[in-house]
Design a binder for this molecule. Structure first.
Ligand SMILES: NC(=O)c1ccc[n+]([C@@H]2O[C@H](COP(=O)([O-])OP(=O)(O)OC[C@H]3O[C@@H](n4cnc5c(N)ncnc54)[C@H](O)[C@@H]3O)[C@@H](O)[C@H]2O)c1
Length: 312
């Protein structure tokens, strides 16, 4: 099962699971940001999509009653930006979904839980590069909910010996990331603005940095990590490099052939300033594939050029 499997990373994970020979993939997604089109190949290959809410224990329960599920990848969340307008629900989603899953796991409804945490739980780096021992300092309710979920998972392991581990992706980019409205990520919204004749926008100085990883590398790593992670372990999935947001926006603009102005807007409160992650651990565990940013960006731009404006 992939929770949030109609979303950006979740849908790529579904495709990868099928490519690796998964017998059956079940998705639960409340379509908050999920898109059925992300799963079009997967649905043709027998994936079952439940448009339902994983925050509701009863919704998960009936799905588990219908399908023998071995492993759950918990990728459901409401995007970080949402926490600026509905802070309490952003927190709630991140906590309720994992608690529902942990309760089911405690009752032996499934075997292994791979939980998606986020680099955001670390907050701004206290030291760099941030490794898995970096202190937790969430600066948004989104990240606080994620940190609470990580702690809940550890407590269920101590109390009930559940088989669970944590993957902690850094900033993903690539095809299928949402580009619509205020919840869009920086790369897709920049592409969207340019394609719609608007100038790209930088929030704050643009000097804030992020560790950008190509989404196909993330799901490749997760599949390779499965079976190698010990109970309760967590691992960063990152490139060990960082780009300033203004440079990323410039690269997107160049890639799109945009020659106009770049607008500078007010900084977003609580924006993490620096996010440079250590990937020493993941590299020591698997054959770690990393796509160079320029290549990943080219593939991403090509995908958006084809899809933006061609929605059904
Ligand atoms: N994208 C990134 O850069 C990034 C970085 C670090 C961690 N992560 C984590 O990876 C996971 C996937 O993120 P993403 O970027 O694909 O986000 P996304 O928003 O594209 O996907 C999340 C999916 O969860 C669904 N969802 C939300 N609430 C739900 C609920 N109550 N029940 C069922 N489905 C629900 C949404 O509809 C969406 O399809 C998340 O856990 C996120 O925290 C993402």
């Amino acid at each position: 099962m992939v929770t949030g499997g109609a979303g950006f990373i979740g849908s790529h994970l579904v495709d990868k699971l099928l490519a690796e020979g998964a017998r059956q993939v079940i998705v639960i997604d409340n379509m908050f940001l999920g898109n059925e089109a992300n799963l079009s190949d997967a649905l043709n290959k027998g994936t079952i999509l439940y448009k339902d809410d994983a925050e509701l224990a009863s919704s998960l329960k009936y799905i588990f009653e219908r399908h023998p599920i071995d492993i759950v990848f918990n990728a459901a969340t409401k995007a970080l930006n949402y926490s600026f307008i509905n802070p309490s629900n952003a927190f709630d989603t991140n906590v309720k979904v994992i608690l529902n899953l942990l309760e089911l796991q405690r009752q032996k409804a499934f075997k292994t839980l791979c939980h998606f945490s986020t680099s955001e739980v670390y907050g701004t780096a206290v030291y760099e590069p941030m490794d898995e021992k970096h202190p937790i300092y969430p600066t948004t309710t989104y990240a606080a909910g994620k940190a609470a979920a990580d702690i809940a998972l550890q407590s269920y392991i101590h109390m009930f010996d559940v088989d669970a581990f944590i993957v902690r992706p850094f900033n993903n980019y690539g095809p299928r990331q949402n580009y619509k409205g205020y919840l869009a990520g920086v790369i897709p919204i920049t592409i969207w603005r340019i394609l719609n004749g608007m100038a790209p926008e930088v929030h704050g100085t643009g000097k804030q940095t992020r560790d950008f990883i190509y989404v196909l590398d993330t799901v490749d790593a997760i599949i390779k990590l499965y079976g190698k992670m010990s109970v309760g372990d967590s691992v960063n999935i990152s490139t060990d490099g960082q780009f300033a947001i203004k440079d990323v926006i410039k690269k997107v603009a160049e890639g799109m052939g945009y020659k106009g102005k770049i607008l500078y807007k007010e900084a977003r409160k609580s924006d993490v300033q620096c996010h440079n992650a250590s990937n020493a651990k993941v590299k020591s565990m698997i054959e770690y594939r990393l796509t160079p940013f320029n290549i990943g960006l080219q593939e991403t731009l090509a995908w958006y050029r084809k899809h933006i404006g061609n929605e059904p």
